[in-house]
Design a binder for this molecule. Sequence first.
Ligand SMILES: Nc1ncnc2c1ncn2[C@@H]1O[C@H](COP(=O)(O)OP(=O)(O)OP(=O)(O)O)[C@@H](O)[C@H]1O
Ligand SMILES: [Mg+2]
Length: 270
Amino acid sequence: MKIAITGKGGVGKTFIAGALACSLHKKGFNVLAIDADPNANLAYTLGLDETKANQIIPISDNAELIKEKTGADPDSYGAVFRLSFTVDDIVERYAVETPLGVNLLVMGVVRKASAGCMCPANYLLRMLLRHILVRRDEAVVADMEAGTEHLGRGTAEHVDAMLIVVEPSVKAFETANRIKKLAAQMNIKNVLLVGNKIMNNKDKNAVQITAKKLETPLLGLIHFDPAIREADLSGVSPLLSSPRTEAVQEAAALCNRLLEVDTEADSGGF
Ligand SMILES: Nc1ncnc2c1ncn2[C@@H]1O[C@H](COP(=O)(O)OP(=O)(O)OP(=O)(O)O)[C@@H](O)[C@H]1O
Ligand SMILES: [Mg+2]
């Protein structure tokens, strides 16, 4: 099961990625969570404390590793670099075990004029993500921000499900529309909508209407839950401090439905 979580900034991607990763782990899967957000904070949601979280160097910023693999300095845009190297040691070397039992790999993103181009760091990230999605056999949950930057052709089709998270807002719906179009171009199999921070029936209806307009199945709805906010403000993971609260339970329920989708897809039924 390889799941990518996308959506507009602030809609709840990291919370949902963490909750899903944790639910998959509880079901007995080996789970690798990937943080591919420039503002990486999945570590906190997975229960790492500040000291440990701050010690993690995103792969995108790991100049030593980029040089070791590609033979080039990360900032040497335009330089010649190796295109052929192994990436199968990187998860074992750099993934961190979290208190919730999920392994976490902080990939980061390359945000420069060269983003999307073949600079050494970007090339390494793409190779690594491709390896993780295609070759590794644990369950993968990737917190991917709005972009699908690392998902080139030959990689995107190995994502079993892409969840587009929306909160009830026009901007979140517009971003979802853009992501949906990109996902279609990239041949991503199951693109599913998740409504988060739902406060009332009006919110629920707005998300349901968006799902219809985008022709995207609605995987589930998660209520606005003050316990999630409070955990955030206190700097603790809601998955550790409030595991039984409504939104955590609803996010866990997404996991069951996703596994059904996966089984149906395997039997050609989805
Ligand atoms: N169901 C919910 N109920 C209440 N608060 C929520 C809920 N889901 C997320 N939040 C809060 O909303 C904020 C944004 O959540 P989160 O960081 O998961 O979003 P994100 O999409 O990953 O954001 P970013 O784009 O900045 O990475 C956080 O303060 C989080 O605690
Ligand atoms: Mg986030």
